[in-house]
Structure formats: structure tokens, C-alpha cells
Design a protein around this ligand. Structure first.
Ligand SMILES: *[C@@H]1O[C@H](CO)[C@@H](O)[C@H](O)[C@H]1NC(C)=O
Ligand SMILES: *[C@@H]1O[C@H](CO)[C@@H](O)[C@H](O)[C@H]1NC(C)=O
Ligand SMILES: *[C@@H]1O[C@H](CO)[C@@H](O)[C@H](O)[C@H]1NC(C)=O
Ligand SMILES: *[C@@H]1O[C@H](CO)[C@@H](O)[C@H](O)[C@H]1NC(C)=O
Ligand SMILES: *[C@@H]1O[C@H](CO)[C@@H](O)[C@H](O)[C@H]1NC(C)=O
Length: 477
């Protein structure tokens, strides 16, 4: 008995020691040495480590850390060609304005680290509108730089043990509602013209506007992100891949006031001229709650084109629509080769929604002859319940949306459902085993066509990328 007790005690002590070093801090009494070490997974590991505390950071929730971030990152840039560097943000509340990342760099947030976005507009430098949009979304002039920004980078990682980035968006939402904004609101994380990006294991709260915006970039993994904003907050889109190639979004949970994922590629004549599509995008294991918006929106800014999107294992709860196409005359571009499967929906207004007259133009100079091409849109293995209208599918007159394919879809209608579950105009396609019986423009081809809307067989290159086990280790004398 006695031996067992002692053994248990020894085990408990060992567990305590292991747990505390996993947490990050372990202090050796008698010697003035603090070590912090832990493991995490990333696309690339770094040779050099530093903590924000080493650069004068103060995690009291009141002191601005913008300069601490800037000087830490500028100092660490000397390691870019020597194995790169990682900057650790310890537990604490770190008030900060916008700061910029560098190549071969990892920003890592402790699980109790909170980046608090500053409400002092002087902490947000104004930059030019995106070239593929021609103007800002909130105001024609420039836009506030995002909280975490980067441009023309390669190999950049923002991750953590589910640490938090709090945009304190109420301040910005009020100014937006009162039309007081001189410039477009900032996003939480934006990376432009960059390659090899990982954004993972973080919680993003109350963004001023969009949360995660990779734009003109490639080879992007967004994984394990929790995004939360009030469902009535303006334009708090979750993740917006915009003119990006090879992107993988997985294991994300999003509650927001706008689309959970919005796939984009520029706006009207500006997007057509810029001409960068979003293509080769994988979205899987996404849970979305957004009562006034879509689970996954394609558009409305799609003027550079959207091609080869594959979404699977998606759950929507109390969300307006599923995978929604939004476009308009004047957008040009295309949305094609879209594949969706294993989609579960609870309490929806529309399970399917396509909108050809979205409007919302950058300015009056859009080309009325620039018609979008919408084709080869595939859905299979979908189950929905408590749905008000099964589908509202509105193409464009003389520019029908074609190749719409739906198979193995069961939509349970709400008690107060509309009498006519489907409305279809200017579309063409087929269905197989779809309930309730679809509109005449999507004729039932019989149960033997159930595999007609399948995914392509070969996987995309972004699925070949593998994670490594990285160690952060820092000793302070
Ligand atoms: C994120 O967290 C999950 C669960 O804790 C873990 O399995 C994964 O390796 C972490 N890293 C990335 C890059 O997702
Ligand atoms: C970033 O890359 C883009 C596209 O290659 C280029 O037009 C732009 O000038 C670059 N910007 C900077 C700051 O280097
Ligand atoms: C991360 O934190 C959020 C907010 O507290 C929580 O809802 C979520 O479950 C956490 N994720 C993980 C993987 O622990
Ligand atoms: C139809 O969809 C359901 C729900 O996703 C799935 O369980 C079932 O296997 C599918 N049936 C066929 C024939 O693929
Ligand atoms: C069904 O949807 C309505 C809104 O359309 C909602 O009020 C109700 O709670 C939902 N019922 C269930 C069982 O989820």
C-alpha cells in the first residue's frame, strides 16, 4: 500500500513537471535561467527563436506593442537566409496596431496570448486599394493596413496553441454604420503576393471586417482556425482566398456576420484587367453559422475567374444558404469546375442559391458586355433539414448558368416552407435522386446517374504538402 502511494505521488510529480514544461515555462530554482520550450507542427521549422518580451513588449492590455513587434521582426529579419526565425508571444494581453511580417518567419501565440487590435487610427497606416478592386470596399480612397500584414513574402507562418487575435471590431462597425470611415476597414490577417503560407491553430474574434485574406498568393494552408463575430456584424467574412492558387482550408469553425468562406478574384473592370483567378482550392471539415450569409460564397467579386474548388465534409447550422454563386453583368470572369460533397445543413433559408443579378458595382464604368461564364457546378451527397426554400437558381438572361449537376440530395422542408420549393431561371443541368423533386430546368436523369456529379479523381498539389514537427526553445540568462 505504502509503496503504491509513493509511486502514485512520484507519478503525479512527473506529470506536473511535464505539464508545466509543455505549457512553456519552467523555472529552475537557484539558477537565473528560464527556459521555454514546446513543439508544434508547421510547413517549415526555424533555426532562431525570440520572445516578444525581449523587445520591450508589455502584455498589460494598455501599452502599445506596435513598436515592439516592429523592432523584433526587423531584428529577426537578419536570420532569413540562416534558417529563419520564430517570434513567440507569451501569455498576456498585447495591445498593438498593424505590423508587417517577413519571409522565413513564424509568429507563434501562446494559448493565453491575446493580440488586442488598437483603436487608435494612427496605429493603422493607410495603403493603396487592391489593384484588382480599383477602390476600397468601404470608401473609395485607401485602406487601413491589416493588423497582421505581409507582402511579397515566401514561407510565412502565423500559428499558436489556439492563442487569440481580438480585432475589437465594435469601434469600426460603429464608424461603418455611421458612414464615418475615410478609408476601408482593416482585416485581421492579410498576405499579398506571397507564397507558402500557413495560418493555423488560432482563435480570431471580432474582426473590424474580413478575418483572413490571402490575396495574389499561392500554396496556402489555413487550418484549425476558430472565427467568432456577432452574426449581425458588418462584413466579418471568415476566410477569403482572393486571386490565389493552391489553397487548403480545413478544420475551421466560423460564426460570423457574413460569408464563412468567400472565394474571390477582383471586381468588375479592375478584376478583369488584373486577371488573376482563384483556382485549386480545397475546403474541408468546415462548420459555419451565419444566419444572414452563405456557408461558402463564390463571388460576388469573381472577375479574375474562379476554377476548381472542392468542398467536402461541410456543416452549416442556422445559415442563410449553402454554396452560393454571386455574380452580375459587368463582372466578366468565370466560375467553373466546382465540386461539393458531404454537406449537412440544419435550418437554412435556401439550400442552393445562385444569383446572376447581384449588382454591387465598383463604379459606373463597368462593361455591360462583360458577362460571367458559370458552368460545371456539381453537388452530391447532401442532407438538409428545416429548409424554407430548397433552391433559388437565377442565371442571367442570354447567359445561362450551365452544367449544374445535383445527385443524392435530400432536403427536408420546414413546417413553414414556401409552397414552391424550387425557382429556376436561365440555368441548365440535371439531377439524380434529389428530393423534393427539382424544377423542370434540372430534369431527373434517374438513380443510375448518381455518380454524374463526382469529384475529379486526382488530388490537388496542395494536398501533397506535409507538416513537420518543430521545436521552440529559448533560454534566457
Ligand atoms: C493544431 O492543433 C491540432 C489539435 O491540437 C494539432 O493536431 C495540429 O498538429 C496543430 N497544428 C496544425 C498545423 O494544424
Ligand atoms: C510585389 O510583387 C508584385 C507582383 O510581382 C509587384 O508588382 C510589386 O511591385 C511587388 N512589391 C514590392 C513592395 O516589392
Ligand atoms: C480554441 O479556442 C476557442 C475559443 O475559446 C474554442 O471555442 C475552441 O474550441 C478552441 N479550439 C481548440 C482546438 O482547443
Ligand atoms: C448519399 O448521401 C448520403 C449522405 O451524405 C450518404 O451517406 C450516402 O452514402 C450517399 N449515397 C450514395 C449512393 O452515394
Ligand atoms: C426551424 O427553422 C426555424 C426558422 O426558419 C426556427 O425558428 C426553428 O427553431 C427551426 N426548428 C428546428 C427544429 O431547428
Amino acid at each position: 500500500m505504502q509503496v503504491m502511494k509513493i509511486l502514485k505521488l512520484v507519478c503525479a510529480v512527473i506529470v506536473l513537471v511535464v505539464a508545466s514544461s509543455e505549457r512553456g515555462e519552467s523555472r529552475k530554482r537557484g539558477r537565473a535561467v528560464t527556459t521555454t520550450s514546446f513543439e508544434y507542427t508547421a510547413l517549415s521549422c526555424r533555426a532562431h527563436s525570440a520572445s516578444l518580451s525581449d523587445y520591450g513588449g508589455v502584455g498589460d492590455g494598455k501599452t502599445s506593442n506596435t513598436k515592439a513587434f516592429q523592432s523584433a521582426i526587423s531584428e529577426l529579419s537578419k536570420y532569413a537566409s540562416e534558417g529563419g526565425a520564430q517570434l513567440y508571444v507569451p501569455a498576456g494581453k498585447w495591445l498593438t496596431g498593424s505590423f508587417s511580417l517577413i519571409s522565413h518567419f513564424t509568429l507563434y501565440l501562446h494559448r493565453d496570448a491575446v493580440l488586442l487590435a488598437s483603436q487608435d487610427v494612427n496605429e493603422w497606416p493607410v495603403i493603396k486599394p487592391l489593384p484588382s478592386y480599383g477602390r476600397g470596399r468601404d470608401a473609395a480612397a485607401g485602406r487601413y493596413t491589416s493588423l497582421i500584414f505581409g507582402t511579397n513574402l515566401t514561407d510565412v507562418i502565423v500559428t499558436g496553441d489556439n492563442g487569440t487575435i481580438d480585432g475589437q471590431g465594435a469601434f469600426w462597425w460603429q464608424q461603418f454604420h455611421k458612414s464615418k470611415l475615410k478609408y476601408t476597414r482593416p482585416y485581421l490577417i492579410e498576405l499579398m503576393f506571397s507564397d507558402s503560407i500557413q495560418i493555423s491553430n488560432l482563435t480570431l474574434l471580432n474582426s473590424p471586417s474580413w478575418n483572413v485574406h490571402p490575396v495574389y498568393s499561392s500554396n496556402i494552408i489555413v487550418r484549425g482556425i476558430t472565427i467568432i463575430a456577432p452574426v449581425t456584424s458588418p462584413n466579418t467574412d471568415g476566410i477569403n482566398p482572393d486571386s490565389c492558387t493552391n489553397t487548403r482550408i480545413e478544420d475551421c469553425y466560423i460564426v460570423s456576420g457574413d460569408d464563412c468562406v468567400a472565394v474571390k478574384s477582383g471586381w468588375d473592370e479592375y478584376g478583369i484587367k488584373f486577371g488573376w483567378p482563384t483556382k485549386q482550392l480545397v475546403i474541408r471539415r468546415l462548420t459555419c453559422i451565419s444566419p444572414y450569409s452563405a456557408t461558402i460564397a463564390l463571388g460576388s467579386e469573381m472577375s479574375g475567374g474562379i476554377q476548381d474548388v472542392r468542398a467536402e465534409d461541410i456543416t452549416a447550422i442556422h445559415t442563410e444558404s449553402g454554396v452560393r454563386i454571386k455574380t452580375a453583368v459587368g463582372r466578366g470572369g468565370y466560375v467553373k469546375d466546382i465540386y461539393v460533397k458531404k454537406f449537412t445543413m440544419h435550418t437554412m433559408k435556401w439550400a442552393f442559391w445562385m444569383t446572376g443579378n447581384y449588382g454591387s458595382h465598383a463604379d459606373k464604368n463597368y462593361d455591360p458586355n462583360a458577362l460571367p461564364e458559370i458552368k460545371n457546378i456539381n453537388y452530391r451527397d447532401m442532407v438538409a433539414e428545416n429548409v424554407t426554400m430548397a433552391a433559388r437558381l437565377e442565371g442571367i438572361a442570354n447567359d445561362p448558368f450551365t452544367g449544374i449537376c445535383m445527385a443524392n440530395v435530400t432536403i427536408g422542408m420546414a413546417a413553414k416552407a414556401k409552397k414552391q420549393p424550387w425557382t429556376c431561371t436561365d440555368i441548365e443541368g440535371m439531377t439524380s435522386s434529389v428530393t423534393p423533386p427539382p424544377c423542370n430546368l434540372l430534369p431527373d436523369q434517374g438513380p443510375e446517374k448518381i455518380t454524374a456529379c463526382d469529384f475529379p479523381e486526382e488530388s490537388l498539389p496542395i494536398d501533397m504538402l506535409e507538416f513537420k514537427k518543430c521545436t521552440y526553445s529559448l533560454k534566457l540568462a
